[in-house]
Design a protein around this ligand. Structure first.
Ligand code: SF4
Ligand code: SF4
Length: 380
């Protein structure tokens, strides 16, 4: 990697962290806007993984002008992160324009791709458009009848990303019943780490977004994968949702899909999530504060065995917002389950000191909001 790319990467990372801190403060301050929107610019995919129900082989891309209107509408609703997925979003001819518009409207731009269409030129174009995060999914070492998202095919793409990308890269591996060689996930995650990327693990769900428990071999691999993530604030360490799903246990939580999380299909309709398409299925142009408020409170019967981790993450932010003391205590306790000698780092101690006393918390909340320029919102 050239010194120039390294320097640009560092500068971009610092700017991104600052923007994220501001967006985090906004998410903490108010529940009246979506945190994350997953948007589908094209339903078509160039692969056909047998476990997937989110693609077809015929759809045309949504016209770029219409995509830009949808991004503007989401920005008007106050969304803070926009994730482009599919199908395969890299099949969309206007992808760079869409990423640029997300950034122009002040949101974090994220892309989920199978990586097949990545080239050095495309990576440089993503840099120029302002992409913040790219997640590439690798399911196995060698292509098989289930999936062709394989390390042997994609390693070259990972090397290009390591060399040229100025955005953050995360490699997602999977476990679950359709996975033939679960130990592949460890090899993929270690390769990702060696190249300087983060790694995540997803548990494959059935066609209703519901999980099946992992067997003993997969469970041991899951624990190893979680240990690879060393940051104390990582959702992987604290992700009690995912841990319960792996063990086949239900989660008690309030899914805020349709409010804090929106899924926008290729027809421009708002759905709860990729696995609950059809509800509420209201055009984005007509979706507003009333719908956001209603879905914030609505109960979803599919919640206990749900595997949609990005919706869990948004719910976790709201839980931290509502119960900071309890969540900080749980954060440390969960970390100690994995490492009994764990001592909270000074930053965590500082956060405890700042936010666990109600008067100090009010003072630091006001300071943070002023620092990050977050406007007051009536639904705080
Ligand atoms: S690459 Fe992704 S969208 Fe395409 S079939 Fe596989 S899982 Fe589905
Ligand atoms: S609980 Fe929420 S995110 Fe999960 S499947 Fe149901 S609607 Fe979707």
């Amino acid at each position: 990697m050239s010194l120039q790319v390294l320097l640009r990467r560092k500068i971009r990372k610092a700017g991104r962290k600052l923007r994220e801190a501001r967006l985090f403060a906004k998410a903490m301050h108010s529940t009246g806007h979506p945190i994350l929107a997953q948007v589908i610019p094209v339903r078509r995919c160039n692969l056909a993984c047998t476990y997937c129900n989110e693609f077809d082989s015929v759809s045309q891309p949504v016209p770029t002008g219409e995509m830009l209107r949808r991004i503007d509408r989401l920005a008007d609703l106050g969304v803070t992160i926009v994730t482009l997925s599919g199908g395969e979003p890299a099949l969309h001819p206007g992808l760079n324009q869409i990423i640029r518009r997300i950034r122009q409207r002040g949101a974090v731009a994220t892309l989920i791709t199978n990586g097949y269409l990545l080239t050095p030129d495309r990576i440089r174009a993503f840099n120029k458009a302002g992409l913040d995060y790219l997640q590439i999914s690798i399911d196995n070492l060698e292509p098989d009848g289930t999936s062709k998202k394989s390390l042997r095919v994609l390693d070259r793409k990972l090397q290009w990303l390591a060399k040229y990308a100025e955005f953050s890269v995360s490699v997602n591996t999977v476990l679950g019943s359709p996975v033939r060689n679960p130990s592949d996930a460890l090899v993929v995650a270690r390769r990702a780490r060696r190249l300087g990327f983060t790694s995540t693990v997803g548990i494959l769900h059935d066609h209703h977004g519901q999980a099946w428990p992992l067997g003993p071999e997969q469970m041991a691999i899951y624990e190893e994968l979680v240990k690879l993530e060393r940051s104390v604030f990582s959702f992987a360490h604290y992700d009690r949702f995912q841990g319960n799903i792996a063990r086949g246990l239900p989660n008690q939580w309030h899914c805020r899909a349709g409010s804090r999380f929106l899924y926008i299909c290729e027809d421009g309709l708002v759905h709860y999530c990729s696995q609950r398409r059809g509800r509420p299925a209201i055009p984005l142009a007509e979706y507003g504060p009333e719908e956001l408020r209603r879905e914030f409170d609505s109960q979803k019967p599919c919640a206990p065995y749900c595997t949609i981790s990005c919706v869990h993450d948004t719910a976790m932010l709201d839980a931290v917002r509502e119960r900071p003391r309890e969540m900080l205590v749980q954060l440390v306790a969960r970390r100690r389950e994995q490492d009994p000698a764990f001592q909270p780092p000074p930053l965590l101690g500082l956060l405890e000191w700042m936010f666990l006393d109600p008067r100090r918390a009010a003072l630091f909340n006001r300071l943070a909001l002023r620092l990050f320029g977050v406007a007051r919102n009536s639904r705080s």
